[in-house]
Design a protein around this ligand. Sequence first.
Ligand code: MG
Length: 378
Amino acid sequence: MLVRIRTDNGLEGIGEADSKPEVVKAIIDAGYSHNIACGLRSLLIGENPLNMSTIWQKMLRGTMYFGRSSVTISAMAAIDMALWDLKGKCFDLPVYQLLGGRYHDKIQAYAPCLFGRDGRETRDIAKHWSNVGYEAIKFGWEPMGPDLKVDLDLVRGAREGIGDGLLMVDAGCVWDARTALQRANAFHKYGLTWLEEPLRSNDIDGYKWLRDRFPIPIAGGEQECGRESWRPLIDQHALDVYQVDLARNGFTESDYIRQRVEEIGARLCNHCYTSSLTVSACLHWLVSCRDAFVFEDCCADVQAGDVYELGISGGLLRAVSASPQQSCSGAIPDHGPGKHFHNSLPDVDRCRRNGKESLAGCGTHRRAVAELLRVWGL
Ligand SMILES: [Mg+2]
């Protein structure tokens, strides 16, 4: 769900929420019921867009009866992302500079992939992305979970395909803590960089128990929306790698979460499985994180001719982006987001024009683009 904010002096910022678009739209468009049950649009009208922190607090209070978590925070995150975009344009500075500067000229990108049906198919997928240039790959979700033999076959295949590169596994929230520990011990010889979301998201006690015993770093947090959602994980040191999604947290909250995670000596990574707008936002945020070490890329292959529902996949949205981001030799970007994007995030009208033009020869993506334009309300 893309959100566009225009100011009375003609500046425009865009942001994105990774949630259910119709619900986000309703939360923004809803009218005024009373002081703590307001739609977000009505709270923004008349505000100075540079007052991001006070606007965030105003939105929190104004949505208290139906918000404080999940999709309302995602909607606020999209607005916050758009406000930072506006600020970048207002001062003609990249967002990473507004966040305090960047530590990295280059971050290793990894390709997030779904497992194949078995180890052999997983190996072939890994070889494909390895040949594209990625030296780091993550595999996840089904059919991993119910069967140890199947799971070992998948991980073995992934390791064969990627060779000596970084390999991450995303279990997809499938196990109880004891089963997860058994799996981690079985996977250990395959040299995983991390095992992601082995447990259900709310099982904080399970994660804490597991982290004291796990032979592999544990990653998680992609579903968390806002600081209150992150607090139990961070306070209890439940993870080794905290995966922050800018389309669920925005820049203001993500910067706070970065500080908290740095305080406890853990590591940060972005989570990103939406459009080039969030890819761009993630880059601006991640290069401002001292300990960032890998970047989750949206690497869907446009050439493969896949159809992506709702226009939320990287392949499509690289096509509609003003400045498509794609890793080169496994790194993204080697000259920094400040130069790669004109000021901060791409201009939505250019996105729209580029999308229509670049999709002329790409019929399989037209349906998704139509959906994207509908969500934008264009
Ligand atoms: Mg994941």
